[in-house]
Design a protein around this ligand. Sequence first.
Ligand code: PHE
Length: 355
Amino acid sequence: MTDIASVKDKYSEQITGAADLKMLDDIRVAALGKKGEVSMMMRGLGQMSPDEKKVMGPALNGLKNEIAALIETRKSALELDAMNAALASETMDMSLPVNISTGTLHPVQQVMEEMAVIFSDMGFTVAEGPDIEDDFHNFAALNFPPGHPARDMHDTFFMTPDADGEQKVLRTHTSPVQIRTMINQKPPIRIIAPGRTYRCDSDQTHTPMFHQVEGLVIEEGTHMGHLKGVLMDFVSAFFETDVDVQFRPHHFPFTEPSAEMDVRYERDGAAIKIGQGDKWMEILGCGMVHPNVLRACGIDPDIYQGFAFGMGVDRLAMLKYGMPDLRDMFAGDTRWLGHYGFSPLLQANLATGLS
Ligand code: PHE
């Protein structure tokens, strides 16, 4: 067997000589990778006598740890060099004038910021999650068991299965952020989660990518009255006028009881006026978090209750700012963006107005 000290010297010399991170990683693979030299030496332990093993086992382990430590040290040094080089070469001219006549905030961005302002005033913070989700967060933990018919209603986009057979999805709603939050945070919880969502659907009122804002509150003694109060306050603040609402019973697997909230509206020629009138329009889904969902996240439903809601941002933007076709929102037409966009320097706030 190759002498341990000479192997160590060989790699230590190579590591010191590694000129960049790529070279260093090649050395790591050659020494410690699955088929690396040190790994193969360790595999040889199996054929040794117990006495040999007693000596060679710790020696090889020591070799492995020493090489790993040398690689780590060299890696930190190379990373520092790379950062210093970038800092020295990249410059920014802070004295250039800002051109605010061409750049605008997309209405979806504007509306998400308006929502964040309203909910942060009620003590909510903003949470985020990934667009590519696994089955557990998008479905199973939200009380959609495998084969549940409600899964089919989501028109899910499936990713190609990974090497280990796991099939991820493009999240069909922002509700998986509820799960991520409840697993990582202890109650009391009060969050909203704005973000992109995806369903295989396209017409005048549906696009395959759209936006939702999710809300979640978990606290002892929370009840439906809190849910209603929060959402009623929200819509009036959002539409900047008194808005009459009604709650209709509905079904979602992850809430019980569940409801949809409608706002009163009327048509004024081609325009839609939200607030008063004799028609009702559905704008969000909501309900009390299902005990199975709390349990899936390690929260005891006998102690904590909570409510959740989810709404389509694009639709709310269309209603508030009068855009007729949802598809225009994502067409990237600069004339449309110039017309419907918002000044990036005017920040939404409750004191001087949201928009
Ligand atoms: N996730 C639901 C949907 O996309 C909306 C919802 C969220 C309903 C939270 C209830 C509670 O349709």
